[in-house]
Design a protein around this ligand. Structure first.
Ligand code: ZN
Length: 264
């Protein structure tokens, strides 16, 4: 009988200790997923609309080789896009950013040095974002409104989200069915087919114009643009998608009245 109680006692003690330890184990901590943010409305993945509009976005640029090639193709099809640029790359290639702005594209924030929040304090991360803002603001007549975190990290913490909100910045990721994985270089046709096959009104498509060999992305665009144009789609900036939605009007009320947003 005594042995019986000893075993029971040991089981209870083990259970209590495991439960106690789990409270302090970060691996078991709450990690918010898309549905959590969807309910809160903190992150934009796509913008449902009646219009046949799609927003192409390009991360990590500008790049001296691929950005001009991409701009040439966009021009050919009268397509407007959103470039989530890295601040330090702007300083290296200011002429490319000027060209992006002059040709009616949007330049938005992808941090100054492509750092991830997991590698630093909130303060350093916010400082890096602000530095990118300041750099970008020199190039366009209206302030930066959108932020895309490197790695698209969904686990941005509450303080960062609140700080961005206070600064009237919206976090923009991409439609889950429009993650092209172009950076893995699966082949130009595969990238193109992924976008074409999944195209819906209000999609936000993620592509990259820098960070390695992006010739597949360039060649994919040569297939995506004519095909979706044939299907009646128009390519607009993420800002223009957001302008169709009353919920996001606050972003544009902050625009400098002396420099109205260009019609695009
Ligand atoms: Zn990136």
């Amino acid at each position: 009988m005594r042995t019986h109680y000893t075993w029971l006692f040991m089981i209870v003690v083990t259970f209590v200790i495991s439960f106690w330890l789990s409270l302090f184990n970060p691996a078991l901590a709450f990690i918010p997923d898309r549905s959590y943010y969807e309910k809160r409305g903190d992150i934009v993945w796509e913008v449902p609309t009646e219009k046949k509009w799609i927003a192409l976005t390009f991360d990590d640029g500008p790049d001296p080789t691929y950005t001009p090639e991409i701009l040439d193709i966009l021009k050919e099809y009268h397509a407007k896009a959103t470039f989530f640029v890295i601040g330090k790359h702007i300083l290296e290639h200011p002429n490319l950013v000027q060209r992006e702005v002059m040709e009616g594209h949007d330049i938005e924030n992808h941090t100054f040095s492509h750092i991830r929040l997991q590698q630093m304090t909130n303060e350093t991360f916010l400082k890096d974002i602000k530095m990118a803002d300041k750099t970008i603001d020199q190039f366009q007549p209206y302030r930066v409104k959108l932020f895309r975190p490197p790695g698209g990290a969904l686990n941005l913490n509450e303080d960062i989200i609140e700080a961005l909100k206070e600064n009237h910045m919206e976090i923009v990721l991409w439609s889950w069915h429009q993650d092209t994985n172009d950076w893995k270089r699966p082949g130009a046709s595969r990238i193109a087919q992924h976008v074409i096959k999944n195209a819906h009104n209000g999609d936000i498509v993620i592509l990259h114009d820098a960070g390695g060999d992006r010739s597949q992305t360039v060649n994919a665009l040569k297939q995506i643009l004519p095909e979706l144009e044939k299907q009646g789609y128009q390519f607009v900036t993420v800002s223009n998608l957001l302008r169709t939605c009353p919920k996001y009007q606050f972003l544009f009320q902050q625009e400098n009245p002396l420099s109205p947003a260009p019609s695009k």
